[in-house]
Design a protein around this ligand. Structure first.
Ligand code: ATP
Ligand code: MG
Ligand code: MG
Length: 311
């Protein structure tokens, strides 16, 4: 079982319009609604790969109830979301059917009270001690009211329970989280540059590792992944740049890394899986879902090359 944490969960709403024009009125041709937020995207991909996943974080209000109603019939996903008094945020993606371009509007999410945060910590502590837990993923931004060192706290609890923990966030929560020594951190190029002050990925990845993470897997958009771990360093590149919507590609990369970790695959295989899955997510029409045939087509063609690393 894998646990994903989405403190800032969302109800993702997608509107399709024939063509999006400023100041015009639009007829919506299709509306979809589904659980969103980074850890929930990761969970959906893990479940599609055959893993059992428990999801936690916060859900509240009518939107939170709707989100949980969507999770209930998912066969491999167990809902362990904690209650919050405020209503779960919505995100609205408007897809221009003519161009495929997406315009994204994200609500900030409800504030979490100190009592709600304390109750969450107690429930999380219990979850990380569950028998058979293979890994924990901490994903996305922090909602208002949650302390900036929240991920550092959750990392320490997972490490105390001897469960591998992956962190995927940005800014100060990432900085503090890395210092708490997570097993894996997956920044994208911007997050890595903000953390280290370096725009040179190889140097920045090594620097991020010196700051405390046991392994750093930097995602570099269409250039794939750059990993520096205790076992060595690798570059993993997709066989080609694919066209589509890159939103959620990083979440699929996280799912690929976690599934490989849970299956005890060696690092190069985990990286290949992450690269193929994330490219298959870029080509999928719905953000945060992947195209299975693209995934199986690309997987054997991902180039993973080792490199000597100055630790
Ligand atoms: P997210 O929106 O999910 O947070 P991110 O910014 O964290 O994404 P990216 O670095 O943009 O993550 O993308 C993650 C991975 O997706 C990349 O490492 C790469 O393997 C794959 N990827 C992204 N864009 C493309 C593309 N155009 N073609 C092929 N693969 C891609
Ligand atoms: Mg990106
Ligand atoms: Mg990301």
């Amino acid at each position: 079982m894998i646990l994903t944490v989405t403190l800032n969960a969302a109800l993702d709403i997608t509107y399709r319009v024939p063509a999006l024009t400023p100041h015009a009125s639009h007829r919506v041709t299709e509306v979809t609604e589904r659980p969103g937020g980074k850890g929930l995207n990761v969970a959906r991909v893990l479940a599609a790969l055959g893993h059992d996943v428990t999801v936690t974080g916060f859900a509240g209000g009518d939107t939170g109830r709707t989100l949980r109603d969507h999770l209930a019939p998912e066969p491999r996903i167990t809902d362990a979301l904690a209650p919050v008094a405020g209503a779960t945020r919505r995100t609205l993606a408007v897809v221009d059917a003519a161009t495929g371009d997406t315009t994204q509007l994200n609500e900030p999410g409800p504030a979490v009270t100190p009592a709600e945060w304390t109750a969450f910590l107690g429930a999380y502590e219990e979850l990380v001690h569950r028998e058979g837990l293979a890994a924990v993923a901490l994903c996305g931004s922090l909602p208002p009211g949650v302390p900036v060192g929240a991920y550092a706290q959750l990392i320490r609890a997972a490490r105390a329970a001897r469960v591998p923990v992956l962190l995927d966030t940005s800014g100060e929560p990432l900085r503090r989280g890395v210092a708490a020594r997570p097993d894996i951190v997956k920044p994208n190029a911007d997050e890595l540059a903000e953390l280290t002050g370096s725009h040179e990925p190889a140097q920045a990845t090594r620097d991020a590792r010196r700051r405390g993470a046991h392994a750093v897997v930097a995602s570099l958009g269409a250039d794939g992944l750059l990993a520096v771990t205790a076992d060595g360093g690798w570059r993993a590149r997709p066989p080609k740049r694919v066209r589509g919507n890159p939103t959620g590609a990083g979440d699929s990369a996280v799912a690929g890394l976690l599934s490989g970790l849970a299956e005890r695959l060696p690092w190069p295989d985990r990286l290949a899986r992450a690269v193929a899955l994330s490219a298959a997510t870029v080509v999928a029409p719905v953000a945060g879902e992947f195209d299975p045939s693209t995934y199986s087509d690309l997987l054997p063609r991902v180039a993973v090359t080792g490199q000597v690393t100055a630790a």
